[in-house]
Write a protein that binds this ligand. Structure first.
Ligand code: AMP
Ligand code: MG
Length: 417
């Protein structure tokens, strides 16, 4: 199948072929940003015991029912409880325990009075002192209850949730030194082109540096996957065959750049057809027709065009959602916001355009301007931009002030806008 299809159809065909990878257990901190593969339960109550929310005095609320600045309650301090201590005494009527934040509330006490409302009448406020407390408290005041966060055996984080810093903290307090998450895909990044030289070389006549290998690998890493940067593959049938065969053996997904046009030395399509299956190679978008989709030995293959910005856009629109699905994410789309055009834009009526733009907040809300030359051979506009301005197929003339859709590259998938 080689007829041109819409971006949506092409995405659908690719996404049907990718699935969350198998589950691995990783050290807690490595779970940051990953998707949980199982419900996580707590082994203990959190908090494990009733504890004080303040530095102050643990008391029986009934003893302070009428306490005020004029008529403070006078209590004898029987114990001094620091965080980490286990109290040994029971607070009786007329008694208090000096207590620090996070320390266990002793038997008998049911509230904590802040230290700010105390005054030592005898002694220094520690064990044996007599203190005057000038504030009434209700039962439970300044006491954090056992099991307030989660009870032993209950689910603290759910399967499918992305683990953030707060989630890491919850997993730590519930005893999870290791966490089951979906494995990160290994993505082979292959640059085709006999004109390419490595970054540390000065290009000779007719040569250019292999920048796509780095930009695409960076996009792979930014999406949460592991790039396997293959060397430059010259425009040669056998070299292409060898690289694709090795990639299919080593990777969960294969991305290539270049070699998918109708040039005389474009071998990506013929080799893909020979080794596996070619699903499509044209998508009605600009930049980025052709985009080539296939499978080799069960490994999904995506052939991006060679022009650096076509590569960048194609990755963002197709490969990034596929990687996210392999990582277990269900939010696959970047947020889209509407913005007012800061200037006129013309396009050819044919395909849908994904122009590199910069969105900012103007006097009348969000506005968007092109972030540089839109030639697909140039990357600067993508570097300066923070969105793709989407201009629909069929239309031609867009005027200043007109509202357009912008795909927000500055926001993660799932962000509510
Ligand atoms: P192709 O699709 O192979 O015809 O390549 C289209 C254009 O992209 C050509 O001008 C190539 O020189 C350029 N190009 C291809 N691969 C790369 C690469 N890895 N890095 C930078 N430019 C590239
Ligand atoms: Mg080429």
């Amino acid at each position: 199948m080689t007829a041109s299809m819409t971006v949506e159809q092409a995405r659908e065909l690719l996404l049907e072929r990718v699935h969350p990878l198998e589950v691995e257990r990783v050290d807690l901190l490595e779970a940051l940003g990953r998707v949980l593969a199982q419900d996580m339960r707590s082994d203990i109550d959190v908090a494990p015991f009733d504890n004080s929310a303040m530095d102050g005095f643990a008391v029986r609320a009934a003893d302070l029912a009428t306490a005020s600045e004029e008529t403070p309650a006078r209590l004898r301090v029987i114990e001094h409880i620091a965080a980490g201590d286990a109290p040994t005494l029971t607070v009786g009527s007329g008694e208090a325990a000096r207590i620090m934040t996070g320390a266990p509330v002793p038997q008998g006490a049911d509230a904590v009075v802040m230290v700010e409302y105390s005054e030592a009448v005898e002694g220094d406020g520690g064990t044996g002192s007599l203190v005057a407390l000038s504030r009434a408290v209700v039962k439970g005041e300044n006491v954090r209850k056992q099991g307030e966060e989660v009870r032993a055996g209950d689910v603290v984080l759910n399967a499918g949730e992305t683990v953030g810093a707060a989630g890491i903290g919850l997993l730590a307090s519930t005893g999870h030194a290791q966490v089951p998450v979906y494995r990160r895909p290994r993505v082979a990044v292959i640059s085709t082109g006999s004109e390419l030289v490595e970054v540390d070389q000065t290009p000779g006549p007719g040569k250019i540096r292999n920048s796509n290998s780095y930009s695409v690998s960076a996009q792979v890493a930014a999406a949460g996957a592991i790039p396997l940067r293959f060397g430059i593959v010259p425009d040669d049938m056998q070299a292409t065959r060898d690289a694709f065969t090795r990639a299919a053996a080593e990777a969960d997904f294969i991305v290539t750049s270049g070699g998918v046009s109708v040039g005389d030395f474009d071998y990506v399509k013929p080799v893909l057809e020979e080794l596996g299956e070619l699903m499509y190679c044209k998508v009605a978008m600009r930049p980025g027709n052709p985009q080539t989709m296939g499978v080799i030995s069960g490994v999904p293959f995506f052939g991006l065009p060679g022009n650096p910005t076509s590569t960048f856009v194609g990755f963002e629109m197709f490969v990034r959602p596929a990687i996210r699905r392999m990582l277990g994410h269900t939010a696959l789309d970047r947020p889209v916001t509407l913005a007012r055009l800061a200037h006129d834009v013309r396009k050819k009526p044919d395909r849908r355009y994904y122009l590199r733009g910069r969105i900012s907040r103007g006097a009348d809300g969000l506005e968007v301007a092109l972030s540089g030359s839109q030639s697909s051979a140039l990357l600067t506009a993508a570097h300066r931009g923070n969105c793709f301005m989407v201009l629909p197929e069929g239309e031609q003339q867009f005027s200043t002030g007109q509202i357009v859709e912008c795909i927000r590259l500055d926001m993660e998938e799932g962000t509510v806008v």
